[in-house]
Structures are given as structure tokens and as C-alpha cells.
Ligand binder design. Sequence first.
Ligand SMILES: *[C@@H]1O[C@H](CO)[C@@H](O)[C@H](O)[C@H]1NC(C)=O
Length: 339
Amino acid sequence: MKRPRVHRMVLAMCVGSFIVVIFYFQTNLKPVQGNGHTRGLGKSGRSPLQTLYDSDLVEPSAAQLMHQGRRELLEEACRSYTRKRRVLIPEDLKHMIVDDQHGLLYCYVPKVACTNWKRVLMVLTGESGGVRDPLQIPANEAHIPGNLRTLSEYSTSEINHRLRRYLKFLFVREPFERLVSAYRNKFTRSYNTAFHKRYGTKIIRRHRPDPSPEALERGDDVSFSEFVHYLVDPSTQREEPFNEHWERVHSLCHPCLIHYDVVGKYETLAEDSGYVLKLAGVDGEVSFPASGKSTHTTGDMAATFFRDISPTYQKRLYNLYRMDFLLFNYSMPEYLNFR
Ligand SMILES: *[C@@H]1O[C@H](CO)[C@@H](O)[C@H](O)[C@H]1NC(C)=O
């Protein structure tokens, strides 16, 4: 079934070539002073973006220096490891959530606290129905498309304006921890029947020798090893893009085309979230939910899952996620045993 993919590509190319050409200039030299029609101004009258880069001029805090280090590392890695630059099209911006009130653009990455960030943004944009505590918003409500606006819904000039003026941020996580987290959440929980039907049955059909009729029907007992085989099989991505839960951050958020101002990390979620809220001038209004879960995936846990994966497949999987390791300064995990 290659047709739909070809059609989609042709469509994307047409759209890309003669309608939408999005240019925007780097904002980290000198942010433009806010003027009358610029929304996204905090109480101080400055946008989060101005707050970020203006304060760089004074004595930078440890947090500011660290974030500057992350930005520079990302930029350098983009220069070293990506060859062709291309122009952004609205399709690329489907994961970019817009907060026009505060001047924020957040690229959400599933399995990296995105539910909580969406909840916080619902509070900030007034989509929470007056609720001020993010945790009062049910998780499924945070994920309803349409509760929050994405940048892809705006016109080209509106997109360019926001890319230049707003604070752009994302949160990343050690790629294999994120992957194991996605696997555990989508394939080992009995309630996730939609994923079992949609992906599990396909994975079992293709990657399990002699599957039982029941397994083929239910798709609810995919092993991590079968999941890995599915990911590294070239025909998987030829058919359709990866599901967002295991798609690479590089493909979801385009960090070499969009110059993110803050690269938050799951490993330092509380500090980095606090930093963004402070830049937005809303640290007194809303606080980022503290992570309460003790079941979340750790590096040690990821290591145990990788014991079942042969060195050849470890290597293929690493190559698949390589950009996410390089761009965000994650080193190759010690537990891998190919060299
Ligand atoms: C990159 O990672 C190394 C090792 O964890 C760390 O020492 C260094 O500070 C990081 N660099 C940046 C810019 O975050």
C-alpha cells in the first residue's frame, strides 16, 4: 500500500513549493521592542523572549548559562549532522502549541510530560474553564485537539510573526527511556486497546513467527523485542510516519529549522518548567505539577528491556534515534553492547 504515502508526498511538495514559504530570521541577536499590536506581553510589559535575551546582558544566572549552553550545543550539532536546510511548511508545525496571551510556543513531545504542559497552557490561555490548578484538568481533556491552538492553523504571516516574537520551547528526554516509556504505556497496559488494535496486531502479524489466532486478533501482548523489530523495519516508515509516541523529537519539532529558545529536559523537569514559567512572568499564577508517579521509566528499567535486544538490533535502533541523542547531548547508554 504505497499509494496514500505517494499522494501525501506529492501534495506536501505542491503545498511546499508554491504556496507557503516560511522564512523567519533568528531572534537571538536583538529581540525587537514590543509595539502596540504585539500581544504576548507580561506584567512587566516585556515578552518572555525579551526577558530571556535581555537578561543575558546583565549578570547571567546559572540557569541562563546552562540554557545558553544547551542552545549552542543544539546549534552546533545541527551544523555538524544535518546537511540540507529546507523551508518550513505549516504541516511541520502541528506539534507547536500557541499561547498568544503570553507569547509562548511549545512543541509537545509525547512521553515527556506533555500532558502536564498542555494542562498548564490550558490554564494560561483560559481554556480550562476557570480552573487554575492544572491537575484539575482531566488528562484526556488536555489532549482533545482544538482545546489548544497549534501554529499550523495560522496564516503564513501570522506564523512568521509568532516564530520571531514568541518564546519557543520544548522538552526532551533520554531517547531510549522515552521509547521504553512509550512501549510500556501503549503495549503493556490492558486498557490501551486502541493501540493494540491499530499497531499491536500489525506488529504481531509481521514480526512474530507462528502467532496464535488470539494474539493476531487482540494485538495485546507485543514484546519489546517485536516492537523494536517493527521500528527498525524500513517498510514501517515507508507506509506511514511513526506514531507520535515513538516518533523522534527531531521529526516532531524540527529543532534544526526552528531555533528553540529553551530546551527543557525531563531529567530536570521541575527546574526547567519553573524557568519557562518565570520567563513568561506567570510563576506566581500557575505552578507546574510536581511529578507524583513512581512508576515512570528510568534508565535502569530501560536497561532491562534492552537485554532482550541483540547487538545488531540495538545498533539499528540507535541509528534510528541517533539525531535525538546528538542534538540534545545524550550519550550512548552504557548498557548497549554493540561497538
Ligand atoms: C552535555 O553532557 C555532558 C555530560 O552529561 C555535560 O557534562 C555537559 O555539561 C552537557 N553540555 C551541555 C551544553 O548541556
